[in-house]
Design a protein around this ligand. Sequence first.
Ligand code: PXG
Length: 291
Amino acid sequence: MSIKIFLDGQLVDKEDAKVSVFDHGFLYGDGIFEGIRYYNGKIFREKQHIDRLWDSAKTVNIEIPMTKQEVVKAINDTVKANGFTDAYIRLIVSRGEGNLGIDPRSCKRPSVIVIAQALSLYPAEFYEKGIKIVTASTIRNPSDSLSPRVKSLNYLNNIMAKIEAHVAGCEEALMLNHKGDVCECTGDNIFIIRNGKLLTPPIDACILEGVTRNVVIEICKELGLECAEAAFTRHDVYTADECFLTGSAAELIPVVAVDGRAIGDGKPGKITNQILAAFADFVRRDNSRIE
Ligand code: PXG
């Protein structure tokens, strides 16, 4: 049986899920997206993802041709049509089909696409042993360019940084912002821990405000751990006791080396593992729904 894709109001077979070569999402990366987790038959952090999609759409001036309720139904229908209870969902809104030329006015109707995939988990080794990352020379786009808070279909900047990581034999790259402060990784937010206190870059450090990041901040409150959102530099990362990354795909991944410097004792840290365990519990309790 072919997997079903939601494409502009209909569930179609993967083979028939085609978009035009004149779609501005394809021609110019002119569109937005969300990467969402489905756990135990439910959208994880439904409200946060749907609101972020609407916020991205507002900034790039795309009018999503569906209501939030309709988009949530499209996600649930797609997951059910494929018989999943746990899945990774890619929700895409492109500016739609238009003419050659960047003029968005030629695009008459944005396209809405939902792809549900069986979870393709990272190797267990990443979580048990942690990963090594390296600082990229490519910086995160500054907020006076396209806001990094928009989850746009144009990820080339981050892809350039990811290639730098691969060239250096690492899985992920640490991106700095235009001020030289630590920003985030190419598809994950970053946390460091020193003397039992967590620290993550603030929104105005040009990060994407990750849904998983915000869950970790909530978990810290529940566990009574101090967690600050404040600017820091690579020095703070090198000298941290622990470090981990967060993202919808990765959940929480320990980082054990940055630019060849071991973090702490070079093994996933105790507090990181404590938050990882609390995250698994949080996922089961999540009840975030749109109004
Ligand atoms: N920063 C950036 C730049 C991201 O793209 C995150 C942080 C984490 O946000 P969430 O809301 O997921 O906690 C992201 C999102 C992938 C992939 O295939 C991951 C993202 C986006 C696109 C692809 O790993 N992460």
